[in-house]
Design a protein. Structure first.
Lengths: 427, 109
């Protein structure tokens, strides 16, 4: 531990932030897959650290101490539960397994097993998200419940059922074998991305963004051969860097055009752009790398007028090949609208709208509204703004769209609406 | 593993589906499939109830539902990933749907 924390409490908190997932993962292995018991014992070990480290002193290897304490606790509890003989047998078997040796050089990080298991596709997505935040990030159930605006009891149940499901369905606790990785890595990336998006629109939930960035970083480090993991990290950094400028103190949304670029975190943008470039150089561009490249174009433009829209439009064309969704097509149309003008963009947006597939997506209507306004078709634009405002997911976005509706009546606002790139990116 | 018909299945998505005999042979030889069979449709089912100690029989399935189950196999798999691999190789995963259900262990309430 390089920085010296002021108090033992700070030190336990720091070890917890970094080591909770590792201690828990080791305990899940040790208990033969009893997540409930593993979590209880890991929790007990951290509590014991808080009680004993101030008097006994901090052990040289805090994680080893915590793991041993948790294991002892688990053995005690299993012995007491006399009926659980099968589990004791599992434990005995686990103990005979050779301990992973640090000398091997490529010690698999147990957090990777935890990540892949929490994001197993046999678990419903909301359960995956809850598990990642509780088991890997170590957030408390109350914190997660707050972040997802559900009662604590609901989140407690969700986590309980998720752990039960893992046990009953025999979801394996492991890093999937190489032939499964192409399907499973995107699932993990997607969950981290979802966690980030959940926190992006609301400062009260910013903890989700911080956790997503933290774990995307860990994952990119643990999967050095996966350019998409780097792509995700780059994308999250590039969005996170601009978060402070996205909302007015009132909570209102500030468009990319109007954001005060001096409030963007330059160091974070540079890091994100560099990671993105490095990933793309490997020649295996995937959805996250391309979205990161688009975000980098926005974030590195000195002014909004200097944005390289033709390049962004080109990146969207590439993205639509690997991720052919209506939302990507919509974003592509926005970029074309900026690069070539609103006429050809409107034709594309109208085609998407005609399919009816994303009629409930507010940005479809907001984008159409903007293009219509730029073409001087004010009353049609106003109609679309109203529809977009009805569908907008947050109050801030609703206020923004209604303000735009006002501009529309005046009809002389030259600023373009590039809401798609200020909001959470292509879902 | 319940082998089921998927009413929502659109023909044409199951090109290249494996052969059921090959599947059974592979899973038998790997020691994964303990037994399995096709079942006759619900119209051939007999439902049995005991009420007040009397055995009551009904001609047909126990509930008026669409006839979904077409067969079953009993598998012994190391974990869910293996079970998914086995299920995904069955032709009815391509043309219908396979439902995997773990056994309820003896030592659990």
């Amino acid at each position: 531990m390089t920085p010296v924390p002021r108090t033992t409490f700070d030190l336990v908190a720091a070890v917890h932030a970094d080591g909770w997932g590792r201690v828990l993962a080791r305990m899940i292995r040790f208990t033969g897959g009893d997540w409930e018991l593993a979590e209880d014992c890991a929790q007990d070990a951290f509590t014991a650290a808080l009680q004993r480290w101030p008097t006994d002193g901090v052990p040289d290897r805090p994680l080893a101490w915590l793991t041993t304490t948790a294991r002892n606790r688990a053995v005690d509890r299993m012995r007491r539960a006399a009926t659980e003989t099968t589990k004791l047998r599992t434990v005995a078997a686990t103990e005979r397994e050779p301990a992973p040796s640090a000398a091997a050089g490529s010690v698999p990080d147990e957090r990777l097993e935890l990540m892949f298991t929490c994001c197993h596709p046999a678990l419903a997505l909301d359960r995956q998200v809850a598990l990642i935040l509780r088991c890997l990030a170590g957030l408390s159930t109350a914190e997660i419940a707050r972040a997802f605006l559900v009662p604590e009891r609901t989140m407690e149940q969700r986590l309980f059922r998720a752990k039960q499901r893992i046990a009953h369905a025999a979801v394996p606790f492991r890093v999937p074998p190489p032939h499964l990785l192409p399907q499973r890595v995107p699932a993990v990336l997607q969950v981290l991305y979802l966690v980030f998006n959940q926190g992006y629109g609301d400062p009260a939930r910013a903890v989700l963004c911080a956790e997503a960035v933290r774990w995307a970083r860990v994952l990119a480090g643990l999967l050095p051969d996966e350019p998409e993991a780097e792509g995700l990290l780059a994308l999250l950094l590039l969005h996170e860097a601009r978060r402070p400028a996205r909302l007015e103190p009132t909570g209102d949304l500030v468009t990319l055009v109007q954001q005060d670029r001096s409030r963007w975190d330059r160091a974070m943008i540079d890091e994100g752009a560099a990671i993105c470039e490095r990933a793309l150089r490997r020649g295996r561009a995937g959805p996250f790398q391309l979205q990161a490249a688009i975000a980098a174009c926005h974030a590195t433009a000195p002014t909004s007028d200097a944005t390289d829209w033709p390049q962004i439009a080109g990146l969207y064309a590439q993205l639509s090949r690997v991720m052919p969704t209506d939302v990507v097509e919509l974003n592509r149309a926005v970029a074309i609208g900026m690069a070539e003008g609103p006429t050809s963009a409107l034709a594309r947006v109208d085609a998407i709208a005609a399919s009816g597939r994303i009629d409930g997506y507010y940005l479809l209507h907001a984008t159409r509204a903007d293009l219509l306004r730029r073409l001087g078709r004010g009353s049609q634009a106003a109609h679309c703004y109203r529809r977009a405002a009805e569908l907008a997911p947050t109050a801030a976005e609703r206020r923004f769209l209604l303000a735009r509706l006002g501009d529309c009546a005046i009809g002389d606002d030259p600023a373009s609406l590039d809401l798609t790139s200020t909001s959470t990116p292509g879902r | 593993m319940l082998v089921c018909i998927d009413p929502a299945h659109v023909p044409g998505q199951d090109d290249g589906a494996p052969d059921v005999e090959d599947w059974a042979h592979e899973m038998d030889s790997r020691g994964i499939r303990l037994m399995g069979n096709r079942t006759r449709p619900g119209s051939d089912a007999t439902s049995v109830r005991v009420r007040d100690r009397a055995v009551l029989l009904t001609d047909g399935p126990y509930a008026e539902t669409k006839d979904l189950m077409a067969g079953f196999d009993v598998l012994e798999c190391a974990d869910l990933d293996e079970a998914v691999e086995v299920a995904s190789k069955h032709p009815m995963a391509w043309a219908g749907v396979i439902e995997l259900r773990p056994f309820w262990p003896d030592d659990e309430e």
